[in-house]
Design a protein around this ligand. Structure first.
Ligand code: SF4
Length: 422
């Protein structure tokens, strides 16, 4: 089936070590740790897990001297593990001090995230721009970025928007013959804060292609409105994310709804899905969701996708549910190995269907499909490979036999990579 291609909004390419954001680079997946960065072992472990799950950039909070001192050690341990994922430092309030007092931290990080609303206020400064209450601190952080040739994300957030700027825009709005809605003025404040800060960063000497912008809010419609406007008013590379998306299905659905609309319009060069993990839940879930958003929209391919029917009264057993779940888990677990060995496996499609009604049809459309027997059907599961029925599985060992068929298909179909040097 052909699709209307998505035309990406033009933006300069921002290099974060080897990872490109914007330009014609694919949309990049990033994530953030929730460990105490001062805990070197715990943070290294979580960054490694996020990177293994597919996060191409990982952000860590740098909020204290202990955290800043830990950063180069975390980088060194990741390097020793062969994990090259670039680390982004998230700074608020005291970033100017941490970046200047801990040069090894400034050097070890690949990018700095600066929130203009939380840069930190210096009442003594007489040279403050509107929207930049902590101008001295902002200039100090940009100075460090220039010194170490690091890109910066100017990340404005609804929850920490500069209140002086909001008050100024509200006052100006009140004087208009037809004042705008409060929500509209607040959205404008987000955009103005980001654009003014970016302009100021460039005036300080940071180059245009070292700046990424974000304006995160927690409501889907607000996010869409803000990013449409921001995208129209500048060409900076954009980081997309619905902030405080929430837990479980609510967080996933809200993030997907917001990001999908914007990505479809070509807006967004890197994404993060801000999920709150369930107690004991895996932090890596946010990476899986981000990848699945991009893959289901046809923007990128990360891991083979399983098409499974929802099941209905025609198949009352849980056999097909278990098979669908097992094969999806197997494909995701196997992908790091296959990625090293073969090219293109991530584009493979697998169908697991519950009965004869849609089973053969969907199975033929996938690279590999299996149509399990529904209630009352003969206990046989035909397997289709590239549209052709190849074998019929029977008995209690269907799951293992199907997995073996998938393994053999991968080995036969995809081009083996050359062994990497060293
Ligand atoms: S393929 Fe069969 S079991 Fe699955 S939803 Fe359709 S009718 Fe129901």
């Amino acid at each position: 089936m052909s699709h209307t291609p998505i035309t990406r909004r033009a933006s300069p390419r921002v290099m974060v070590e080897d990872i490109a954001i914007g330009g014609d680079a694919p949309v990049v997946v990033q994530s953030m740790t929730n460990t105490d960065t001062a805990d070197i072992t715990g943070t290294t472990k979580q960054v490694y897990e996020l990177a293994q799950a597919g996060s191409e950039l990982v952000r860590i909070t740098v909020n204290t001297s202990e955290a800043a001192a830990a950063v180069p050690h975390i980088r060194a341990r990741l390097d020793a593990l062969g994990c090259k994922v670039p680390l982004i430092g998230d700074f608020h309030y005291n970033g100017h001090r941490l970046l200047t007092e801990f040069p090894d931290c400034a050097q070890a990080l690949a990018k700095y995230r600066i929130n203009p609303g939380n840069v930190g206020r210096n009442r003594k400064s007489t040279n403050l721009l509107a929207g930049h209450p902590g101008e001295d601190q902002f200039a100090m952080m940009i100075g460090v970025a220039i010194k170490y040739a690091k890109p910066v994300r100017i990340g404005v957030n609804w929850g920490s928007l500069d209140q002086d700027l909001v008050v100024r825009l509200m006052d100006e709005n009140a004087k208009l013959p037809q004042p705008k809605e409060v929500a509209e003025v607040t959205r404008e404040a987000l955009i103005v804060s980001a654009l003014d800060s970016a302009k100021r960063a460039e005036e300080l000497g940071l180059t245009h292609d070292r700046i990424v912008l974000s304006c995160k809010v927690s409501e889907v419609q607000d996010l869409i409105a803000v990013y449409r406007e921001l995208a129209a008013r500048c060409d900076y590379a954009l980081h997309l994310g619905l902030t405080e998306a929430g837990m479980g299905s609510k967080g996933i659905v809200a993030s997907t709804a917001a990001l999908a609309v914007l990505l479809q319009q070509g807006i967004g060069d890197t994404i993060r899905v801000s999920l709150t993990p369930a107690p004991g839940g895996a932090r890596t879930e946010e990476v899986v969701v981000a990848q699945e958003i991009l893959q289901t929209m046809g923007l990128r391919a990360f891991t083979p996708m399983v098409t499974a029917c929802p099941g209905c009264g025609r198949t009352t057993s849980t056999v097909f549910q278990e098979l669908a779940q097992n094969i999806q888990t197997y494909l995701r677990a196997q992908m790091p190995v296959w990625r090293e060995q073969y090219t293109g496996v991530e584009e493979m499609t697998v169908a697991v269907m519950g009965c004869i009604v849609n089973g053969p049809g969907e199975s033929k459309l996938a690279n590999i499909g299996i149509s399990l027997p529904g209630t009352g059907e003969s206990p046989a599961a035909p397997v289709y490979v590239d549209g052709e029925k190849t074998v019929t599985l029977r008995g209690s060992n269907i799951a293992a036999e199907f997995q073996q068929i998938v393994d053999e298909y991968v080995a036969r179909k995809y081009v083996k990579r050359e062994k990497r040097e060293g």
